[in-house]
Design a protein around this ligand. Sequence first.
Ligand SMILES: [Zn+2]
Ligand SMILES: [Zn+2]
Length: 443
Amino acid sequence: MECTNHKPEETIMAHFSDAVQWRRDLHKHPQPAWLEFYATGFVAKKLAEWGYEVKLGQDIIDERKLLLLPSAGKLQTEYERALQDGIKEEYIAPAKGGFTGVIGILKGSQPGPTVGFRFDIDSNEVTEGASDSHRPAKEGFASQNPGYAHMCGHDAHIAMGLLLALHFGENRDKLKGTVKFIFQPNEENLSGASAMVEKGLVDDLDYLFGGHVGISGNEAGKISIDVHSILALSRFEITYTGRSTHAGVSPHEGKNALLGACAAITNLYAIARHGGGASRINVGTLEAGSTWNAIPDRAYFRMETRGANNTINGYMVQKSLEVLQGAAKMYDLDLEIKPAANAISGRSSPEMIALGMKVAEKLPSVKQVIPEVAFNGSEDVTVMMERVQSRGGKVLYVLFGSPIFGGHHSSTFDVDETVIRNGAEFLASMQAEVTSDTVTERL
Ligand SMILES: [Zn+2]
Ligand SMILES: [Zn+2]
């Protein structure tokens, strides 16, 4: 497979300092899953100005997949906060109620394939560090929203996506095929991708490209091409309901939901491990009961399973359901199991891994190409990847090197902003490559 030579993209270089300002603006205004009104309005306005067809709201988010939707009060507060912070209502009115995210479509002047780019836009529910050693605090662009902060780098993802979108917008006369930008909400709770996939938004893609900054904490300029060991994951909210009675007078008449939950949790961790690969199980919270002398009639916990592949995670889910139902039976309790998130395992298409290697090696901004890296976490981009691959499309998900200062999701996470330019350059080159006549014929 031959590769055309790529010069640094002039438009990307020219607008890099704008992209840094966008990233810092977004960093100041973080909002987490289903509440990303500021980012939605920010992105939609720019894409519209650059000539993109913009899709919003219920056209791009399936209501049935709005899992763990925040309360109506919280949705309203964050919506109003975005307006107060300068977002125009016309760009977020369709997102009211949690339908956040943006799709931007630009058709080139020449025929060619449809190439999708996916960027996640949600923040974390973390309070940002305030010390002078943390650059956003020192340089005045730290989060203005207490309890929320971009501590996974999705602010840099949005800026990278916008920089790339502007590049295509300014070079529309040379653009082959169609580019489709997917600014996805709610990656952190792993249901934004499903909500968009269910709307058929990736069904027309011949190619899908995505990536993440940092993760392995490499220096800027490094790029990891074949990201494997993305774990399949399922999350559930579990509620046991029994009967409350006086613990001294009539304990025999009670049905103890707390005991049922404890029996379930102990045995969830005792599930025999699958011989086919890694598996995980975790119960991260438990809430039950109210006082000393009453039999607890309600117990609630959050649990998740993971597996090295979809089969192993499916096994963990199946065994978990048996344990949960068994405990309900033992203690005569009602059981409610509510799905909260779902991500599958996935891997990039071999042809795109090979092409990605060649493109990266020729880019001046790339200092080192790391052929493969184990992810060992979960990412719901896999849901989009699987849909595109199942319809004959090809996908690539890479890691863009950046030092990450604090760890991901810590209060002092930060990135080297050159990763925004490096990522946009790489993705622009991939698009040029898959739309160039010579290579497309061979893929
Ligand atoms: Zn994250
Ligand atoms: Zn992330």
